[in-house]
Design a protein around this ligand. Sequence first.
Ligand code: GLP
Length: 267
Amino acid sequence: MPTQSVTSAHKPQITISSSPREASAGLAASIAEAIRDRASQGKTYTLGLATGSTPIPLYQELIRLHREAGLSFRNVYSFNLDEYYGMSPSHSKSYHHFMRNALFDEIDIPTEQWHIPNGETPRNEIGRHCQAYEEAIENAGGIDLQILGIGRTGHIGFNEPPSQADSATRLIILDPLTKKDAAPTFGGVEHVPNEAITLGVSNILKARQIALMAWGEGKSEILARTFNMLPTPNLPATFLLKHPNFSVYLDRAAAQKLPPNLTCQPL
Ligand code: GLP
């Protein structure tokens, strides 16, 4: 497919920082402000959360703000993007386990306010489970801010190519490249699950604000392709270009192959 310049009506706001820690600190400060602002009005704030190595510096900074700056998460609801299918929440490689370790057990978010798809849902109940997950998001007032990483296949959540813009929460088969990238975590590609439950592209695009983070040279190629293409199911992250409130946080290594026509803001 020929590459084309982005002609989307909305240009993403791209921030390039000298390190993941610096970029994450800026994003964490704006999240803290939004949470406090809602709390002062007696209202809740709903986060869409991601897993993988990318959001770890953000979660570390949110934990620091909780411990050192009194940031409370009592008015926060959260919904994770995805979970490996066939995996118990207590499994050491599950996203449940990851999120408890990386964030939830270190802050004061009430247990009943964070949500992750259940990887142990019986196959014949997956449709109902996915629908209930979407309804829970609606009942929480929708996602205020969706945090995203990006996979080297161009996936967001686990929306592997091809994923349509109107795709809903569902079971998906993982791409071989995604399994290869997860292999070190699992101690070999043969131990990586074949499937996952993921929010769909349509659910992600419903968030009022979206923040995509990416660090390191390994993400530079897929980012360059994402920002050089019109939205296509073959690279699901390109659908983010349709969103009116889409911000991108990169370090210099991740940003090195971006097309020059994008407005970048070096810090
Ligand atoms: C997994 C997650 C994605 C994440 C991606 C990138 O596939 N389901 O949400 O964006 O990994 O992982 P990493 O942040 O480790 O590069």
